[in-house]
Design a protein. Structure first.
Length: 537
């Protein structure tokens, strides 16, 4: 029995046990060689992630700009003055900028219970008894709830009822950060839940999202205006605040002979303002035991030139480079910055390109069509003559053909990007012509696609009874409705029809009632509309 317990204990390791064990074995090997042992931190500190161990407990300890903290704190304070009126708040920003921590700490200081939604890993099931003929003998079977239904029950019922573990008169807010994946694909059910919450919610609702376009579709601008959602935008963590937090943690946790100063500098550069990633990187670095010699080798402090010391310096430099890879984040190049590198195609004194086309292709692999579209829209401003413009247009046309046939053969997409980037960058620029800054124009198809998606969403929302596809609804049904005499259309439905690219010289829907006339409950009134014939003369 004791042997089984011993085997079981070997499986129960700390969260970062792999690095500690690896460091211990490497330290043992170095001690046999006669070198200094690698410093190790206490085993108690690596059982808990430092992100959780040093989570701020008060508003004054938050490593966020004071104005951001004050704005969130004041909003929570004002939102709870009238709990019968539901309040919406949207906190958006990059990862590791302190969004959820700021909300939780401010709520804790105000004495608010924070009910946070966490998407379950599996669907919850409950037992149901049936006495139907299909299930003889009162057989028991499982019924499952979808993630949408569980999310709806949490938001709606959680705002109405108090938890069993909280006092009856305690204040509370609902926090949503872990969004169900189904909402990211189709946000329409989420909008319906928010509409129901606006009518029956009893507490504030705080939503946290990132800065990606996916989250912009999740909560669009029209929804923000409709429910008067207050938006707080967080920026990446400032380097000064980031360095201060890491220095405080390293003073308590880092070994005495660990050069934490240079390591923290490297972490601040590789974390890109992500505090969570920076703290995790610091913990891994301390567990792996980066010594003072690694930083001294990078600084060039070691003056000895013996082969052994040179080999040691190379190892320490490699160790320093490895530190940046532990939890570090690549500094993202802006998409327009990459386009500028391809269009300007700056060269060295010997004529070689400063940025190779292969490096550009690696950064735009997931945006191939948009990249070539921007090149086609802006390449003429950088061509020295008409011959170069014709050659570049031929290369871009070939790249478009390759990208169009890349659905069945994905390798053609990479080939098309290489043809587009090399075809534009291979042409030498005129120094006087390429020295001026030029703003980039968007491709026309991007604006057309954005307009089609926005019009499709408006049509689906105003004409929910139609089962036709978006293409059929916009190209067949609604244009036909504009040619006949419609009755009982609302102002919103008429506005959608008027947005269609129809011949305005023939038909135009005009409301009989001004659009600013609303009913007492704030909803748009239903009004009849008539066709107004407009002479082409």
């Amino acid at each position: 029995m004791s042997q089984d317990k011993g085997k079981l204990a070997k499986w129960v390791v700390p969260s970062f046990g792999d690095f500690s064990s690896g460091s211990a074995s490497s330290a043992k090997k170095r001690r046999q060689d006669g070198s200094q042992p690698t410093p190790q931190i206490k085993s108690d500190s690596n059982e808990i992630p430092w992100v959780e161990k040093y989570c701020p407990k008060s508003v004054g300890n938050l490593a966020v700009h004071k104005k951001k903290v004050e704005s969130v704190y004041d909003w929570l304070q004002l939102a709870l003055i009238q709990p019968e009126v539901p309040k919406f708040c949207l906190v958006k920003g990059p990862a590791g900028s302190g969004k959820s921590t700021t909300v939780k700490v401010c709520g804790k200081n105000l004495g608010i219970d924070v009910m946070e939604w966490i998407t379950p890993s599996n669907f919850s099931n409950f037992k149901v008894f049936s006495e139907e003929n299909d299930f003889p003998g009162n057989k028991e079977f499982d019924c499952y709830k979808s993630d949408r239904q569980m999310f709806r029950d949490f938001v709606i019922k959680g705002s109405r009822f108090h938890s069993l573990f909280s006092s009856t008169g305690s204040k509370k807010i609902i926090l949503i950060e872990d969004w169900p994946a189904s909402f990211l694909r189709d946000p329409t059910p989420l909008h319906e839940i928010l509409e129901e919450f606006a009518q029956s919610g009893k507490c504030p609702l705080v939503m946290i999202t990132g800065e990606d376009n996916v989250f912009n579709k999740l909560i669009p601008e029209n929804l923000i205006r409709q429910y008067s959602i207050d938006v707080f935008a967080f920026n990446p963590m400032a380097p000064t605040l980031l360095k201060k937090v890491l220095c405080d943690i390293s003073a308590k946790e880092a070994p005495s002979n660990l050069n934490a100063k240079d390591i923290i500098e490297s972490i601040c550069q590789s974390s890109c303002g992500d505090l969570r990633s920076a703290i995790n990187t610091l913990q891994f670095a301390c567990l792996r035991g980066f010594t003072k010699g690694a930083a001294d080798a990078v600084k060039g402090k070691s003056q000895q030139k013996s082969p052994e010391n040179k080999r040691r310096r190379l190892d320490e430099q490699g160790q320093k480079k490895q530190l940046a890879k532990i939890g570090g984040r690549d500094a993202p190049d802006d998409f327009f910055h990459v386009i500028s590198k391809a269009l300007y195609a700056k060269r060295e004194d010997n004529g070689a390109l400063k940025t190779s086309p292969s490096q550009i292709v690696e950064k735009v692999t997931d945006k191939s069509e948009m990249f070539t579209g921007f090149l086609q829209e802006n390449y003429l401003d950088f061509m020295p003559d008409i011959q170069a413009a014709a050659k570049c247009a031929e290369n871009l046309e070939l790249a478009s053909r390759l990208l169009a046939n890349s659905f069945d053969r994905p390798s053609l997409a990479t080939t098309g990007l290489h043809v587009a980037s090399r075809g534009v960058m291979s042409i030498k620029r005129d120094k006087n012509r390429a020295s001026f800054f030029k703003s980039h124009r968007k491709p026309k198809y991007i604006q057309a696609e954005a307009g089609f998606k926005e019009l499709s969403l408006d049509a689906r929302r105003t004409f929910p009874f139609s089962n036709a596809s978006s293409t059929a609804l916009l190209s067949e049904l609604l244009p036909f409705a504009a040619l006949i005499q419609p009755h009982g259309l609302s102002y919103a439905q008429t506005s959608v029809i008027n947005k269609l690219p129809l011949d305005r010289s023939r038909v135009f829907l005009k409301p009989n009632v001004p659009p600013n006339r609303l009913s007492q409950n704030g909803n748009e009134i239903d009004a009849e509309f008539k066709i107004v014939e407009i002479d082409s003369d």
